[in-house]
Design a binder for this molecule. Structure first.
Ligand SMILES: [Zn+2]
Ligand SMILES: [Zn+2]
Length: 403
């Protein structure tokens, strides 16, 4: 058994995360930066459901009810606030939080114009470099559900949503300090995880529960607090990709760091799925010129030339043709290939790249995991299949270790 002291010493990063996260079980909130690349100077807010309390510079209060709206515009370094009943004043910060335990707001970007989205829980708006900084302070499980709607969509199984909930939560918490200097924890872009706002689990008009979004929110709530950790009790890098083509990749093939839980596994589950195969045809001369020009590959050597035109990968390799100067990830990038898991064969004046899978191939294969879930495999088994020696833990129990 590992002595408790050792466990606590090894908690370094995790402790830092917990301090910021302030674990309160499912009640924990995260701050997500919205519209952060937009230079937003005008927005309109309307309650979608629930009544809201608006605080202006932590002093004045205003109740924002159904049918009402709040129009915020940047004027001379301050936020001018107007409602349907008139002008309220100019302020530096505005907090809008639900009066009850739940609430959701519609946010319409006016200048620049953007798509209206809905956000659960609270919005905090302040001035930063003469533009509006908009932050959604939202329950982490609702955030996780919102991410899944954007990153996975509505057409998979409940068990798979549990898998993805744990991955998204682990990813969010392990990247909690990415935007520390901007006063929020994660952005809503691909840089962190794409978050398009509220996962609407019920029909707004009738209140009836919707199948897809309802399942996503339930899966996030049922796995609330669960995260993946490695043997050093650090949150793992829960990377995933669309389809591995039948074998996942060691993390050091793609990035520099080897991780014990990101080791290659054989994956028969994704072989017949949508993204399992691809092909690309390239003129032979272009291919050889590329290898010679960029990597000084000896195309005038008869044997080497032949091998460059008949490269095969029965299993995942790190280098093209065993030629150490050429990493397969570099070829993937240069030719915008769907994966590094490809073979080369000649066809007249061309070569044909026959590829398998889509994405970097490290960690969990989404199409394989979805297939496993379809076959009735429980979420724990699916996670352990791809992240071999990672453990599932309730983040609240990590806090218990610290007491
Ligand atoms: Zn980010
Ligand atoms: Zn796979």
């Amino acid at each position: 058994m590992i002595p408790l002291r050792t466990i606590i010493l090894s908690l370094g990063l995790t402790i830092a995360t917990l301090v910021t996260y302030d674990v309160q079980g499912s009640g924990a909130a995260v701050n997500i930066g919205l519209l952060s690349t937009k230079k937003q100077t005008s927005v309109i807010l309307t309650p979608l459901f629930g009544d809201y309390l608006v605080n202006f510079d932590d002093k004045e209060e205003y109740q924002l009810k159904n049918q009402d709206l709040l129009h915020l515009v940047m004027v001379d370094g301050k936020i001018t606030a107007k409602t349907l009943s008139g002008h309220i004043g100019s302020f530096l910060s505005i907090t809008i939080s639900p009066l009850g335990s739940n609430g959701s707001l519609k946010l319409k970007p006016v200048i620049p114009y953007g798509k209206t989205r809905a956000y659960d829980d609270a919005l905090k708006i302040s001035v930063k470099d003469d533009v509006l900084q908009v932050i959604n302070e939202v329950n982490i499980d609702k955030y996780v559900a919102g991410v899944i709607v954007s990153e996975v969509g509505l057409n998979t199984t409940f068990e798979y949503y549990k898998v993805q909930s744990i991955i998204c939560r682990t990813f969010a918490l392990s990247n909690f300090r990415r935007h520390e200097e901007e006063d929020f924890q994660l952005c809503d872009k691909v840089h962190c995880q794409v978050y398009g706002g509220r996962c609407g689990a019920e029909d707004i008009a009738t209140g009836a529960k919707l199948k897809g979004p309802g399942d996503i929110l339930d899966a996030a709530l049922q796995t609330s607090g669960l995260v993946l950790i490695d043997t050093a009790i650090e949150l793992i890098n829960a990377s995933f990709h669309s389809n591995c083509g039948g074998q996942t990749v060691n993390s050091e093939f793609v990035w520099t760091e080897a991780k014990t839980y990101l080791k290659s596994v054989n994956d028969p589950y994704c072989l017949n799925q949508k993204q399992a195969k691809w092909q690309k045809t390239i003129p032979k001369i272009k291919w050889l010129n590329y290898l010679e020009r960029v990597y000084a590959y000896p195309v005038n050597d008869k044997k080497m030339k032949k091998q460059a035109l008949s490269f095969t990968q029965k299993y995942r390799l790190e280098y093209f043709n065993n030629y150490k100067a050429i990493k397969l990830i570099a070829i993937r990038k240069d030719w915008r290939l769907r994966s590094t898991f490809f073979s080369v064969k000649e066809s007249g004046n061309n070569i044909i790249l026959s590829g398998r899978g889509f994405g970097h191939g490290v960690g969990l294969c989404q199409e394989g995991a979805m297939r496993m879930a379809d076959l009735g495999r429980p979420y724990k088994e699916i996670l352990h299949y791809y992240y071999k020696d990672a453990s599932l833990i309730d983040i609240a129990s990590l806090r218990y270790l610290l007491k």
